[in-house]
Write a protein of this length. Structure first.
Length: 122
């Protein structure tokens, strides 16, 4: 039964549709915009990650933090593959993949910001 994935895809499409500029009309344009949005979030994630990493003084804790981030990246990729599989081979597959990456990355940014102190947020 693929009801849950279908609902996830529908929800993702609605969410992404609300984020896309009105000028994105073709599937290709929507795909490009979705990837641009993800790349922007990914850049922010990398900045927040570096700040959080620098704020960790203990070597053992730092190593665990790096390992957690590596595991998270594997999760993000696997989650994206699962979500986008609903449109496997279709022109909307990249849109769903980028949308999944975007929402997962935005959630990770929120998580990592919790590790920042007011001094490291700048």
């Amino acid at each position: 039964m693929r009801t849950l994935p279908s609902l996830l895809v529908l929800g993702a499409a609605i969410f992404l549709g609300s984020m896309l500029p009105s000028s994105a009309q073709t599937q290709n344009e929507m795909n490009q915009q979705a990837w641009a949005d993800f790349e922007k979030a990914d850049k922010e994630l990398n900045q927040v990650y570096q700040k959080a990493l620098k704020s960790i003084d203990d070597d053992i804790t730092r190593k665990k933090f790096v390992e957690a981030q590596k595991a998270w990246l594997k999760f993000r990729d696997a989650q994206g593959a699962f979500i986008s599989d609903e449109m496997r081979g279709g022109s909307a597959e990249p849109l769903l993949l980028a949308g999944s990456y975007l929402t997962t990355t935005q959630a990770r940014i929120v998580q990592l910001k919790k590790y920042l102190t007011p001094a490291t947020e700048k």
